[in-house]
Design a protein around this ligand. Sequence first.
Ligand SMILES: Nc1ncnc2c1ncn2[C@@H]1O[C@H](COP(=O)(O)OP(=O)(O)OP(=O)(O)O)[C@@H](O)[C@H]1O
Ligand SMILES: [Mg+2]
Length: 239
Amino acid sequence: MIDVEDLSVHFGGVVSLDQMTIQFPEGACGLIGPNGAGKTTFFNVLSGFVTPRSGRVVAMGQDLLSMPDYKRARWGLRRTFQTEQAIEKLTVFDNVATVYEHSTRSGKAGRSAAVEAALEFVGLTDVAQQTVRALGAKERRFIEVARAVVGSPKLILLDEPAAGLPDAETALLGGIIRSIPERVGATVILVDHDMSLVQACCDWTAVLDFGRLLASGPTAEVLRDRNVMRAYLGTEEVA
Ligand SMILES: Nc1ncnc2c1ncn2[C@@H]1O[C@H](COP(=O)(O)OP(=O)(O)OP(=O)(O)O)[C@@H](O)[C@H]1O
Ligand SMILES: [Mg+2]
């Protein structure tokens, strides 16, 4: 479980997280909310880019915010960003290997097997030795997920991982994300504006609005909630 308690982040006069309190269960969880609701800020706090004004995050019994950033990666925290992070001139293999090396104490030991497993998991084995520069949008997005699952992650934060992909590829990625808890053994928090992707991947979903929890529970119920529809979509109907 990931227990978030009274988490507040202010940027000058902007309140991005306002005493955010949520308990994420283990498995694949959705985190949705309108633009500017604080979703990426929450990920930035967990990964150490942003220091909160107050609050606590305890993930699987571990107080995350008291750990330096590099220890969070070794503990098993991974994230993807709204924009791709893969290095153009490196091969797909090396892009994933870099994350492995930064997130384990063992350096290169076990590296090949771990990277190969991550590439196989996302279906990129065939392009392992190609440079990212040579690849299209689909492969680039899938590399981000391979970078997130390599090693032995415990908690994976995915920030709009399917952005820009057509429906068929989004559905393929959704199947991969859905299988992360069982096949990789990590809990996933998926941020996305694509409700069909969230529904396909996540049994449980939380909704943020103005930096606060608006609703949480089984995904289908949350998406039917009138307050959620009003706040998030400005409509009475979801997907
Ligand atoms: N570094 C920063 N400096 C100032 N304000 C920031 C900073 N980062 C985020 N904010 C503000 O905090 C609020 C929450 O932003 P955040 O990026 O977390 O939203 P989001 O839910 O990820 O939105 P989106 O769905 O558009 O990605 C917004 O008002 C944003 O402008
Ligand atoms: Mg965001």
